[in-house]
Design a protein around this ligand. Structure first.
Ligand code: UD1
Length: 460
C-alpha cells in the first residue's frame, strides 16, 4: 500500500486529521449545494473514458466488512456520494474506514475497513431513507452479532421497492423477524442462524445479497434458489470466498452456502461499472464518434452490447476494454428489461435517450419497476416524441431535439437527460445533479475529455 497517501481514519475513534474534509468525496461536498450541469449539444465524442468501479457492487461489498474483525481492503472503489454515505453508516456501527488515494486527480480509491467490534446493530431511518442500499447491513449484522435492526426504507422515486423478500430469506434461514414502528429486527436464536432454503418467487438482487451475507456465517447450510445472477452478485460471492466463505453455484440461480464460524480479512478490487460503461456507450451511439471505454468488461454486458449493435453502434471487444463507434444514425429497437442476463432496468433510460432520433419507432417495456419513466416528461420538454402506456413506452424518432432546462429525478434518468442534451440544439440545463453524484464518478470531466461541451455550474 502507498502509505504516504493515507488520508484519514474515520471510525469509532475520533479522526486523527483535522483535514477530514479531504477524505470526503468531492461528490459528497458538492451534493450540499444546488449544482447544475450545462450541456451545449452538437459535438461528436472521440477519445477514451476510464470506467470506474461499480457503484452497485461497491455498496454490497462495503457491508462485508461487518462480517469479520479483521481488516477488509477494497480497491477501485468509485468516488461517489453513496460510497461516502455508506462509510459513515459503517462508522456508526463500529467499523473504521481508512481512505487512500484521495488526491483530487485520482480516479477510484482504496478503503480499508475494520470492524474489530460491532458497537451498534441498527441502521436508522434517516440514513436508510436517503440511501436504500443501507438495508444491506441487515444480513451481515445478523450474521456477526446475532441481531440487526434496520428502518423500513419506505417509497422510492422509481417504484414501491419492498423488502419482504429480504426478510423471507432470513426467516427461511431461521431468523426471527419482528416489525414495529417502521423498523424491522432480525434475530438469530443462540447467535447463529441454523440454515434453511429460500426459493425466491421473483429474482431480487438486494434480497439475494442480504441473504448471502447472512448465510456465510450460519451454523448449517443455506440454499438460495432462483437467486439473482447479476455480475455484482458474482463480485460479492468472490469477495466472500476470499474471506473464507464456502459458496457453490456462483453465477447460477442456485447458491449453496455452507456456513463457517468465522471469516477473515481480504483485499479485493471492485468490478468495473457495467452501467457506467453502457451509459457512455449510449452517449456515443447518439452523438456519434469513437470512444474507448477503458476497463469495461464485455462479459458483464452481453445484453447491452447486443442492443447497441442492433441499433447500429459498432462495438469492438478488446483486451482491457470496449470500443464503441457510431455515425449517429440509429435503428429503432424493441427492448424489455429483465433480471441478468436480460436487458438491465438500469440501462432503460439511457437507451431511451439514445433512441430519441432513431429512424423509426422503438418500444421499451419496463418489467422490474412500476414507475421508472420519470425522465419521459423531461425528455418531452426537449422535443422527444414518447408515449407511455402502463409499463410500455413507444419512442418515435424525431429529427431534432432542442435544449431546455430539465430536472433530474433519479440516477439513471439524470443520465438520459445529459445524453439527450449532447445532440440538442442550444443549451440544456440539468438541475438536481446530486442524483448523478450518487452514481457517476467525475461525469463532466469524463464527458469533457472526449470533446463534449458539458460543464458543472454551482449556484451555491
Ligand atoms: C434493482 C435491479 C438491479 C438495479 C437496482 C437499481 C433487477 C432484478 N434488479 O435491484 O438490477 O441495479 O434495482 O436500479 O433488475 N421485490 C419485492 N420484494 C423485495 C425485493 C424486491 O417484491 O423484498 C421486487 C421489486 O419491487 C422489483 C423486483 O423484485 O420489482 C426486483 O427488485 P430487486 O432486484 O430487489 O431490486 P434492487 O435490489 O433494488
Amino acid at each position: 500500500m502507498r502509505s504516504a497517501r493515507f488520508m484519514s481514519i474515520v471510525g469509532p475513534r475520533p479522526a486523527r486529521h483535522s483535514w477530514l474534509g479531504l477524505a470526503l468525496g468531492r461528490a459528497d461536498v458538492r451534493s450540499l449545494n444546488m449544482d447544475r450541469i450545462l450541456i451545449r449539444g452538437g459535438n461528436r465524442l472521440n477519445g477514451r473514458i476510464p470506467i470506474s468501479g461499480a457503484k452497485n457492487s461497491a455498496l454490497t461489498l462495503l457491508p462485508c466488512a461487518l462480517l469479520t474483525d479483521e481488516p477488509l481492503t477494497l480497491r477501485n472503489l468509485p468516488r461517489l456520494a453513496d460510497v461516502d454515505s455508506f462509510g459513515h453508516l459503517l462508522n456508526q456501527l463500529g467499523c473504521s474506514t481508512m481512505i487512500e488515494g484521495a488526491r483530487p486527480e485520482d480516479f477510484g480509491r482504496v478503503m480499508t475497513l475494520r470492524a474489530g467490534k460491532v458497537t451498534a446493530t441498527m441502521a436508522p431511518y434517516d440514513i436508510v431513507r436517503k440511501m436504500r442500499a443501507s438495508i444491506l447491513v441487515l444480513g451481515p449484522l445478523l450474521a456477526r452479532a446475532g441481531e440487526a435492526t434496520v428502518s423500513l426504507p419506505g417509497g422510492c422515486a422509481i417504484g414501491n421497492r419492498p423488502i419482504d423478500l429480504h426478510l423471507k430469506a432470513l426467516e427461511a434461514f431461521g431468523a426471527e423477524i419482528e416489525t414495529t414502528a417502521g423498523y424491522v429486527t432480525a434475530r438469530a436464536k443462540n447467535g447463529r442462524l441454523p440454515g434453511g432454503t429460500i426459493v425466491f418467487p421473483v429474482v431480487s438482487v438486494g434480497a439475494t445479497e442480504n441473504a448471502l451475507m447472512a448465510a456465510v456465517r450460519a451454523k448449517g447450510t443455506c440454499i438460495l434458489e432462483n437467486a439473482a445472477r447479476e455480475p455484482e452478485i458474482v463480485d460479492l460471492c468472490r469477495l466472500l470466498v476470499a474471506m473464507g466463505a464456502h459458496i457453490e453455484g456462483i453465477g447460477t440461480e442456485k447458491l449453496v452456502v455452507e456456513g463457517v464460524e468465522r471469516l477473515h480479512g481480504a483485499t479485493y478490487a471492485v468490478m468495473p461499472d457495467r452501467i457506467e460503461a453502457g451509459s457512455y456507450a449510449c452517449a456515443v451511439g447518439l452523438a456519434g464518434g469513437k470512444v474507448d471505454l477503458d476497463g469495461a468488461c464485455a462479459d458483464d454486458m452481453h445484453a447491452t452490447l447486443a442492443a447497441l449493435r442492433e441499433a447500429g453502434v459498432e462495438v469492438t471487444e478488446r483486451q482491457g476494454g470496449i470500443t464503441v463507434a457510431s455515425d449517429g444514425k440509429l435503428n429503432p429497437l424493441t427492448l424489455s428489461t429483465a433480471p441478468f442476463p436480460g436487458f438491465a432496468t438500469d440501462m432503460q433510460a439511457q437507451f431511451m435517450a439514445m433512441l430519441l432520433r432513431a429512424n423509426g419507432a422503438s418500444v421499451l417495456t419496463e418489467t422490474i419497476f412500476e414507475n421508472r419513466y420519470m425522465h419521459v416528461p423531461e425528455l418531452a420538454r426537449m422535443g422527444a416524441d414518447i408515449q407511455v402506456k402502463g409499463r410500455t413506452a413507444v419512442v418515435r424518432g424525431v429529427q431534432r431535439l432542442v435544449g431546455a432546462p430539465v430536472m433530474a429525478t433519479d440516477l439513471r434518468a439524470s443520465m438520459s437527460l445529459i445524453i439527450a442534451g449532447l445532440v440538442a440544439e442550444g443549451e440544456t440545463q440539468v438541475a438536481r445533479v446530486y442524483h448523478l453524484d450518487r452514481g457517476y464518478e467525475r461525469l463532466e470531466e469524463k464527458f469533457a475529455a472526449v470533446g463534449a461541451d458539458v460543464e458543472r455550474v454551482s449556484d451555491g
